[in-house]
Design a protein around this ligand. Structure first.
Ligand code: ADP
Ligand code: 5GP
Length: 189
Protein backbone atom coordinates (compact mmCIF):
# COMPACT_ATOMS: atom_id res chain seq x y z
CA UNK A 1 0.00 0.00 0.00
CA UNK A 2 1.52 3.43 -0.89
CA UNK A 3 2.12 5.73 2.10
CA UNK A 4 -0.69 8.15 2.82
CA UNK A 5 -0.33 11.87 2.13
CA UNK A 6 -0.02 14.91 4.37
CA UNK A 7 -1.75 18.19 3.58
CA UNK A 8 -0.79 21.20 5.64
CA UNK A 9 -2.86 24.38 5.93
CA UNK A 10 -1.13 27.45 7.31
CA UNK A 11 -2.36 31.00 7.45
CA UNK A 12 -2.39 34.16 9.45
CA UNK A 13 -4.92 33.80 12.28
CA UNK A 14 -8.42 34.56 11.01
CA UNK A 15 -7.77 33.74 7.34
CA UNK A 16 -10.04 30.70 7.53
CA UNK A 17 -7.82 27.64 7.69
CA UNK A 18 -9.84 25.98 10.46
CA UNK A 19 -13.03 26.49 8.42
CA UNK A 20 -11.39 24.92 5.35
CA UNK A 21 -9.86 22.02 7.29
CA UNK A 22 -13.19 21.20 8.97
CA UNK A 23 -14.91 21.19 5.60
CA UNK A 24 -12.39 18.73 4.15
CA UNK A 25 -12.63 16.48 7.22
CA UNK A 26 -16.43 16.37 6.91
CA UNK A 27 -16.25 15.56 3.21
CA UNK A 28 -13.43 13.00 3.05
CA UNK A 29 -13.57 10.05 5.49
CA UNK A 30 -10.03 8.92 4.65
CA UNK A 31 -8.71 12.25 5.92
CA UNK A 32 -7.85 12.67 9.61
CA UNK A 33 -6.84 15.70 11.65
CA UNK A 34 -3.42 15.88 13.28
CA UNK A 35 -4.33 16.96 16.81
CA UNK A 36 -1.59 19.25 18.12
CA UNK A 37 -0.51 19.66 21.71
CA UNK A 38 -0.80 23.11 23.27
CA UNK A 39 -0.45 24.90 26.58
CA UNK A 40 -3.10 27.51 25.77
CA UNK A 41 -6.39 27.60 27.66
CA UNK A 42 -9.20 25.47 26.29
CA UNK A 43 -12.03 27.46 24.61
CA UNK A 44 -15.63 26.65 25.57
CA UNK A 45 -16.47 24.47 22.56
CA UNK A 46 -13.14 22.71 22.30
CA UNK A 47 -12.51 19.12 23.33
CA UNK A 48 -9.31 17.58 24.61
CA UNK A 49 -8.13 15.01 22.03
CA UNK A 50 -10.34 16.38 19.26
CA UNK A 51 -9.21 20.00 18.87
CA UNK A 52 -5.94 19.85 20.81
CA UNK A 53 -4.22 17.88 23.51
CA UNK A 54 -4.36 20.52 26.26
CA UNK A 55 -1.32 19.93 28.45
CA UNK A 56 0.65 21.85 31.05
CA UNK A 57 3.84 23.72 30.31
CA UNK A 58 5.82 21.19 32.37
CA UNK A 59 4.39 18.28 30.36
CA UNK A 60 5.04 20.08 27.09
CA UNK A 61 8.65 20.73 28.07
CA UNK A 62 9.10 17.08 29.05
CA UNK A 63 7.92 16.06 25.59
CA UNK A 64 10.34 18.51 23.97
CA UNK A 65 13.19 17.01 25.99
CA UNK A 66 12.07 13.49 25.02
CA UNK A 67 12.13 14.42 21.29
CA UNK A 68 8.42 13.70 20.87
CA UNK A 69 7.68 16.69 18.60
CA UNK A 70 8.16 16.84 14.84
CA UNK A 71 7.96 20.62 15.29
CA UNK A 72 6.86 22.97 18.03
CA UNK A 73 6.74 26.68 18.63
CA UNK A 74 5.94 29.29 21.19
CA UNK A 75 3.37 31.01 19.03
CA UNK A 76 1.72 33.76 21.08
CA UNK A 77 3.17 35.22 24.27
CA UNK A 78 4.91 32.04 25.33
CA UNK A 79 2.08 29.62 24.54
CA UNK A 80 3.43 26.37 23.14
CA UNK A 81 1.93 24.56 20.15
CA UNK A 82 3.43 21.42 18.64
CA UNK A 83 2.93 18.48 16.31
CA UNK A 84 3.54 15.10 17.91
CA UNK A 85 5.39 12.48 15.85
CA UNK A 86 3.25 9.76 17.44
CA UNK A 87 0.05 11.47 16.25
CA UNK A 88 1.15 11.35 12.60
CA UNK A 89 2.34 7.74 12.90
CA UNK A 90 -0.93 6.69 14.53
CA UNK A 91 -3.07 8.21 11.76
CA UNK A 92 -0.93 7.02 8.87
CA UNK A 93 -0.74 3.58 10.46
CA UNK A 94 -4.55 3.49 10.23
CA UNK A 95 -4.33 4.25 6.48
CA UNK A 96 -5.50 7.85 6.76
CA UNK A 97 -4.30 10.92 4.93
CA UNK A 98 -3.44 13.60 7.49
CA UNK A 99 -4.42 17.28 7.51
CA UNK A 100 -2.66 19.88 9.67
CA UNK A 101 -3.78 23.29 10.91
CA UNK A 102 -0.52 24.87 12.02
CA UNK A 103 1.07 28.28 11.90
CA UNK A 104 3.22 29.38 9.00
CA UNK A 105 6.60 28.32 10.39
CA UNK A 106 5.21 24.99 11.56
CA UNK A 107 3.81 24.37 8.08
CA UNK A 108 7.18 24.98 6.46
CA UNK A 109 8.89 22.64 8.97
CA UNK A 110 6.46 19.83 8.17
CA UNK A 111 6.95 20.36 4.44
CA UNK A 112 10.75 20.39 4.83
CA UNK A 113 10.62 17.09 6.72
CA UNK A 114 8.14 15.21 4.51
CA UNK A 115 8.99 16.84 1.16
CA UNK A 116 6.93 15.27 -1.67
CA UNK A 117 4.70 13.36 0.77
CA UNK A 118 3.34 16.72 1.99
CA UNK A 119 1.46 19.52 0.25
CA UNK A 120 1.90 22.88 1.99
CA UNK A 121 -1.04 25.23 1.42
CA UNK A 122 -1.03 28.88 2.45
CA UNK A 123 -4.47 30.37 3.07
CA UNK A 124 -4.75 34.12 2.67
CA UNK A 125 -7.24 36.92 2.41
CA UNK A 126 -6.74 39.93 0.21
CA UNK A 127 -6.45 42.47 3.03
CA UNK A 128 -5.54 42.81 6.70
CA UNK A 129 -8.79 44.74 7.23
CA UNK A 130 -10.72 41.60 6.31
CA UNK A 131 -8.63 39.58 8.76
CA UNK A 132 -9.35 42.09 11.52
CA UNK A 133 -13.09 41.92 10.78
CA UNK A 134 -13.07 38.12 10.93
CA UNK A 135 -11.20 38.03 14.22
CA UNK A 136 -13.73 40.52 15.61
CA UNK A 137 -16.65 38.44 14.34
CA UNK A 138 -15.18 35.19 15.73
CA UNK A 139 -14.76 36.94 19.05
CA UNK A 140 -12.59 34.27 20.69
CA UNK A 141 -9.71 36.55 21.75
CA UNK A 142 -9.29 39.61 23.95
CA UNK A 143 -8.46 42.94 22.25
CA UNK A 144 -4.82 42.49 23.24
CA UNK A 145 -4.64 38.96 21.80
CA UNK A 146 -6.32 40.08 18.58
CA UNK A 147 -3.75 42.85 18.16
CA UNK A 148 -0.97 40.32 18.72
CA UNK A 149 -2.45 38.02 16.05
CA UNK A 150 -2.80 40.87 13.56
CA UNK A 151 0.80 41.98 14.11
CA UNK A 152 1.96 38.43 13.49
CA UNK A 153 -0.28 38.18 10.39
CA UNK A 154 1.52 41.10 8.76
CA UNK A 155 4.83 39.22 9.01
CA UNK A 156 3.32 35.89 7.99
CA UNK A 157 1.93 37.18 4.68
CA UNK A 158 5.52 37.36 3.43
CA UNK A 159 5.90 33.58 3.72
CA UNK A 160 3.22 32.76 1.13
CA UNK A 161 5.70 32.28 -1.71
CA UNK A 162 7.50 29.48 0.19
CA UNK A 163 4.39 27.27 0.12
CA UNK A 164 3.46 24.81 -2.63
CA UNK A 165 0.26 26.69 -3.31
CA UNK A 166 -1.96 29.53 -2.07
CA UNK A 167 -5.73 29.44 -1.51
CA UNK A 168 -7.36 32.86 -1.42
CA UNK A 169 -10.25 32.78 1.06
CA UNK A 170 -12.26 35.89 0.22
CA UNK A 171 -15.33 34.05 -1.05
CA UNK A 172 -15.78 30.92 1.09
CA UNK A 173 -17.46 28.61 -1.49
CA UNK A 174 -14.67 29.38 -3.98
CA UNK A 175 -11.99 28.64 -1.38
CA UNK A 176 -13.66 25.37 -0.34
CA UNK A 177 -13.93 24.21 -3.95
CA UNK A 178 -10.25 24.99 -4.50
CA UNK A 179 -9.28 23.10 -1.33
CA UNK A 180 -11.30 20.06 -2.48
CA UNK A 181 -9.60 20.15 -5.85
CA UNK A 182 -6.14 20.31 -4.23
CA UNK A 183 -6.93 17.42 -1.89
CA UNK A 184 -8.31 15.23 -4.66
CA UNK A 185 -5.42 15.89 -7.03
CA UNK A 186 -2.74 15.43 -4.39
CA UNK A 187 -4.12 12.23 -2.88
CA UNK A 188 -4.75 10.70 -6.32
CA UNK A 189 -1.16 11.27 -7.47
P1 ADP B 1 -8.20 30.54 11.24
O1 ADP B 1 -8.34 29.09 11.58
O2 ADP B 1 -7.33 30.75 10.02
O3 ADP B 1 -7.77 31.39 12.40
P2 ADP B 1 -11.15 30.54 11.07
O4 ADP B 1 -11.42 29.38 10.16
O5 ADP B 1 -11.40 30.37 12.52
O6 ADP B 1 -9.64 31.09 10.81
O7 ADP B 1 -11.96 31.78 10.49
C1 ADP B 1 -12.00 33.03 11.18
C2 ADP B 1 -13.45 33.56 11.19
O8 ADP B 1 -13.81 33.95 9.87
C3 ADP B 1 -14.47 32.52 11.61
O9 ADP B 1 -15.47 33.16 12.38
C4 ADP B 1 -15.02 32.00 10.27
O10 ADP B 1 -16.35 31.52 10.41
C5 ADP B 1 -14.96 33.23 9.38
N1 ADP B 1 -14.71 32.95 7.95
C6 ADP B 1 -13.92 31.98 7.40
N2 ADP B 1 -13.88 32.09 6.05
C7 ADP B 1 -14.67 33.16 5.73
C8 ADP B 1 -15.05 33.80 4.49
N3 ADP B 1 -14.60 33.38 3.29
N4 ADP B 1 -15.86 34.87 4.56
C9 ADP B 1 -16.31 35.33 5.76
N5 ADP B 1 -16.00 34.78 6.96
C10 ADP B 1 -15.19 33.72 6.96
P1 5GP C 1 -5.40 28.84 18.02
O1 5GP C 1 -4.91 29.26 19.36
O2 5GP C 1 -6.22 29.89 17.32
O3 5GP C 1 -6.07 27.48 18.02
O4 5GP C 1 -4.11 28.63 17.13
C1 5GP C 1 -3.11 29.59 17.12
C2 5GP C 1 -2.11 29.28 16.04
O5 5GP C 1 -1.32 28.14 16.39
C3 5GP C 1 -2.77 28.96 14.69
O6 5GP C 1 -2.04 29.65 13.68
C4 5GP C 1 -2.57 27.47 14.60
O7 5GP C 1 -2.54 27.04 13.25
C5 5GP C 1 -1.22 27.31 15.26
N1 5GP C 1 -0.94 25.93 15.65
C6 5GP C 1 -1.82 25.01 16.10
N2 5GP C 1 -1.21 23.84 16.29
C7 5GP C 1 0.09 24.02 15.94
C8 5GP C 1 1.22 23.16 15.92
O8 5GP C 1 1.18 21.98 16.23
N3 5GP C 1 2.38 23.70 15.51
C9 5GP C 1 2.49 25.00 15.13
N4 5GP C 1 3.69 25.43 14.72
N5 5GP C 1 1.46 25.85 15.15
C10 5GP C 1 0.27 25.36 15.55
Amino acid sequence: MPPTKLIVFSAPSGAGKTTIVKHLLAKYPQLAFSVSATTRAQRPHELHGRDYYFISQAEFEQKIAAGEFLEYEQVYGGTYYGTLKAEIERLRGAGRHVVFDVDVEGGLHIKAFYQAEALAVFVKVSSLEVLAQRLNARNTESAEKKAERLAKATKEMAYATQFDTVVVNDDLPTALARAEQLYEQFTAA
